[in-house]
Design a protein around this ligand. Structure first.
Ligand code: HEC
Length: 209
């Protein structure tokens, strides 16, 4: 056999071996954790992964801010029976100072979807769930328009109540992002001003008579 035929034979054998799809060994993998991600079972116990040498925390990197959550509110929920932070919230200004017509429309939509069932489409605290006390909801929702208590309530304090709940009203933190909550409160504050302006106009015309 000459050298060429030996070479061709070897080449043919290696091609055949390479093409066979029976692969019993994966070969050597450099840094396998980088090549194959660790299988993660959603409902498995992942409480003590570090002990098992798995560096997976299931948490976003610290300091990460979720989308739409960029607007600040640093006041934590009071412990039961305490009102320190509820009072401190008065000092927090609404970071949403102005809304474009499109944003106002969106804030109105959010209000109508989430709040109007109790507080009423006109914000007077008499939504279909309460209906002058004949509805299924046991507590009178706040009259956000037309009640001096709520018209004088600072936006930050309203935000506190919408974020953490107030007596029978639950928290809206999971339904509305922080930005959406501030937008709804801006919407309420604008409606209060509109309500007051309308009341003054009526008083003026009455005075003129
Ligand atoms: C299931 C009925 C219900 C819904 C829905 C509801 N509220 Fe209320 N809300 C209440 C009741 C009841 C109160 C009065 C709580 C109290 O003072 O005891 C209240 C009080 C408030 C207050 C005054 C809080 C305070 O500190 O006194 C604000 C502001 C308010 N709601 C805003 C909202 C906004 C904004 C939404 C929608 C995101 C909303 N509410 C949805 C029932 C509701």
């Amino acid at each position: 056999m000459n050298k060429l035929s030996v070479f061709l034979l070897l080449a043919a054998v290696s091609v055949l071996v390479a093409c066979s799809d029976v692969k019993r060994k994966p070969g050597t993998v450099y840094m396998p954790d980088m090549a194959y991600s660790r299988a993660y079972e959603s409902y498995s116990d992942h409480s003590n992964l570090t002990a098992k040498n798995i560096n997976y925390t299931a948490r976003p990197v610290s300091g990460t801010i979720a989308r739409e959550e960029e607007l600040p509110f640093h006041i934590a929920k009071d412990a039961a029976g305490d009102t320190t932070n509820y009072t401190a919230a008065k000092a927090v200004m609404n970071p949403v100072e102005n809304m474009s017509p499109v944003e106002t429309k969106e804030a109105e939509r959010l209000y109508l979807v989430n709040c109007a069932i109790c507080h009423g489409a006109n914000l007077k605290g008499n939504g279909p769930l309460y209906k002058d006390g004949t509805g299924p909801y046991p507590a009178k929702p706040a009259s956000l328009v037309g009640d001096a208590k709520y018209e004088n309530m600072p936006a930050g304090q309203m935000f506190y109540s919408v974020a953490y709940g107030k007596n029978l009203m639950g928290s809206y933190a999971s339904q509305l992002s922080r930005k959406q909550r501030w937008m709804v409160i801006k919407y309420i504050k604008d409606k209060q001003l509109e309500g007051k302006a309308a009341a003054t106009a009526v008083a003026d015309t009455t005075a003129m008579k």
